[in-house]
Write a new protein. Structure first.
Length: 189
């Protein structure tokens, strides 16, 4: 009888340990983001924007991400420069975010900064440089795993990401670019 009782207790303990998971061992969520819209740069160029990012929660409200953004020249746009340089841009960045909850996990902003590289291409010329970026994105939960992303204050501020670089091109001393009317989806993996 004691051996049967001992066997039942051991099987019970093994089963509980096999099917339970400690809170510390719960996997932090991953996200995949896709955005589009327009991109305006300091070369008086406006292009169609494509943005992809892998994000990961790592502690509390902190997240990190690796993003790739591409802009294909569409038309010119007046900025503070006199000349136009019709550019296609590629930007690769490592980003750090802080989640500012309005309604936890339903409506929140992600504020972030990042560091990366930029490749500007026009005609037959191209230029590479280091870049920093700052972002503020509004996230609205649509379903359990899908969020809609947009600019933080859609009417007042139709941008969610700004890039800056000291890269010099022809008669342009610095590079800057910003998203214009961005929108997209974030999927929880």
């Amino acid at each position: 009888m004691p051996i049967k009782l001992f066997t039942i207790i051991i099987i019970g303990l093994v089963t509980v340990n096999a099917f339970s998971q400690d809170v510390e061992n719960v996997r932090k969520p991953d996200y995949l983001t896709f955005q589009t819209g327009l991109m305006i740069d300091g070369y008086n160029s406006m292009g169609i924007r494509t943005f992809f990012e892998y994000q990961k929660d790592f502690k509390g409200n902190w997240q990190f991400g690796i993003s790739y953004e591409h802009s294909r020249h569409f038309t010119s746009f007046a900025t503070d420069q006199l000349d136009e340089l019709p550019t296609n841009l590629s930007l690769l960045s490592y980003n750090c975010y802080y989640k500012l909850n309005l309604i936890p996990n339903r409506l929140f902003w992600t504020a972030g900064i990042g560091l990366g590289g930029v490749h500007a291409y026009w005609n037959v010329n191209d230029k590479f440089g280091l870049t920093i970026n700052a972002s503020l994105t509004l996230n609205i939960r649509v379903s359990k795993r899908i969020y809609f992303e947009s600019s933080p204050l859609v009417v007042l501020l139709p941008s969610n990401r700004v890039y800056f670089s000291t890269m010099k091109v022809e008669n342009y001393n610095n590079f800057y670019a910003l998203s214009f009317f961005p929108f997209g989806l974030k999927v929880k993996l």
